[in-house]
Write a protein that binds this ligand. Structure first.
Ligand SMILES: [Zn+2]
Length: 448
């Protein structure tokens, strides 16, 4: 999902009295009178955020200069000498800034990376086109990319950081890196799979953490099923536990007793649901698979092809979305294809992948499908009138002064106009699905 801040792109030059709630027109186009810019309260907050970014970039430059200066005299000496010098610098920085040595070490690492390896990202921070948090995520993720691929990633990662809010940026960059590295995804996944384990960590007050380190698809399936059961239980009369508490109890009950028999009837029979999207030829042909996009699991990201083949091999609990390898047009969503509205809901969620609120990361499977124009107001049950929204964003849309509309002809983009008139457009993750007619045997009459 992509996200554009449309209004503020013009900076402070838009006078507040001219703020156009439709975000469509340029109110001062042929306007005779001149009004000096009058920043509103939101402008003032954004201005201070801009200053923070500028100062953050400057601080990183100075930290790197300090490190460089301290390391200069010992250049050419052994690794031991360099290590001691770096420890000394870290202590100096942490004592001076009154932060932990760990935090100081992070700053030194970020400064080194941005100044020496990713100057374009540092420029973006200096220009307040990205935040310090974006820069941090950038370094953490791009540093892990194999050096041969790094040049490919950097430029696109900067562009992504300049347009996306933090959460969307992190996901987008992870996806981008995974796509580029998908050729080796299979081997890396197989190697990582060897490290699966369950760990109990003791905490305070008689509490602790149970951690399952395993393949993401299964983890999401476990969490999704526990959530669905917890929601069913939460609806029962007299239930006072929070969703978090019920979910924890459900997982504990299932693992200790191995049964759901003692759970309320509403919670039994719930199975995990995972949506897996696969370019159709990938299932048949290794060459086609290597050339196309990797298979993707909703809310998880790319998965190894062998895993996708397993998931598509007939397990009823997986919803399969097969796409044309070149056009990404949906070929099939499985058996529900001609049975709206369930199929329509699936399509709407599949298209968006996530809540269509600005910057939101809630997976579509946990969202409500909203009628933008309500049924009562002649809204149609059609792809053009639906988008998934998480509970929180659904509430904001229905109960506040935010105005939300689907951009006509955009293939599912949502326009959010804030109460102060700022306009944000949230793009769905995927192209508008269009079914090809049954007789179509080739791609030539695909709509795009
Ligand atoms: Zn949301």
């Amino acid at each position: 999902m992509t996200f554009e801040g449309m209004f503020y792109a013009g900076g402070m030059s838009h006078p507040a009295p001219h703020r156009d709630p439709q975000g469509s027109g340029c109110a001062d186009g042929g306007d005779e009178e001149f009004l000096p810019p009058v920043p509103d309260a939101v402008d003032l907050v954004l201005e201070s955020a801009t200053m923070l970014a500028v100062f953050a970039a400057e601080r990183l430059r100075r930290i790197e200069a300090m490190r460089h200066e301290a390391l200069a005299p010992i250049l050419g000496r052994g690794a031991g000498a360099v290590e001691m010098a770096e420890r000394s610098i870290r202590l100096e920085l942490s004592a001076g800034m009154r932060i932990t040595e760990y935090a100081a070490g992070r700053l030194l690492m970020q400064a080194d990376a941005l100044v020496n390896r990713y100057p374009s990202a540092l420029d973006a921070l200096s220009g307040a086109r990205i935040t310090e948090k974006h820069a941090e995520i950038f370094v953490d993720l791009v540093d892990q990319v194999t050096p041969e691929l790094r040049a490919d990633v950097v430029e696109r990662a900067v562009a992504l950081a300049e347009t996306e809010p933090v959460g969307t940026f992190r996901r987008g960059l992870r996806d981008l890196i995974a796509r580029l590295e998908s050729r080796t995804l299979e081997e890396r996944h197989a190697a990582a799979l060897g490290g699966r384990r369950v760990v109990v960590e003791s905490g305070a007050d008689g509490m602790g953490l149970l951690m399952l380190h395993g393949p993401q698809v299964e983890l999401h399936a476990i969490f999704g099923r526990a959530t669905a059961m917890a929601k069913a239980i939460k609806g029962s009369p007299g239930e006072t536990r929070t969703l978090d508490q019920i979910r924890a109890d459900v997982v504990a009950d299932l693992l200790i007793d191995g049964t759901t028999a003692h759970l309320p009837a509403a919670a039994s029979g719930i199975r995990a649901a995972v949506v897996v999207t696969v370019p159709v030829l990938s299932l048949l042909d290794d060459e086609a698979a290597a050339a196309g996009d990797p298979p993707v699991v909703e809310g998880v990201g790319p998965v190894p092809l062998s895993r996708a083949r397993e998931l598509c091999g007939g397990e009823a609990k997986w919803m399969r979305v097969l796409t044309h390898p070149e056009t990404a047009v949906v070929l099939s969503v499985g058996r529900d294809r001609y049975a709206p509205p369930a199929a329509l809901q699936k399509l709407v969620k599949w298209r968006a992948d996530r809540c269509m609120g600005p910057g939101c990361g809630v997976p579509a499977s946990r969202c409500e499908v909203d009628h933008q124009i309500r049924w009562a107001d002649q809204g149609e049950t059609a792809l053009e009138n639906h988008a998934p929204l998480c509970k929180g964003h659904h509430l904001v849309k229905d109960n506040t002064d935010w105005v939300v509309t689907q951009v006509p002809g955009s293939g599912g983009a949502l326009e959010w106009i804030s109460p102060t008139g700022r306009r944000y457009v949230v793009q769905p993750e995927r192209k508008v699905p269009v079914f090809r007619s049954a007789r179509a045997g080739d791609a030539s009459n695909a709509p795009f």
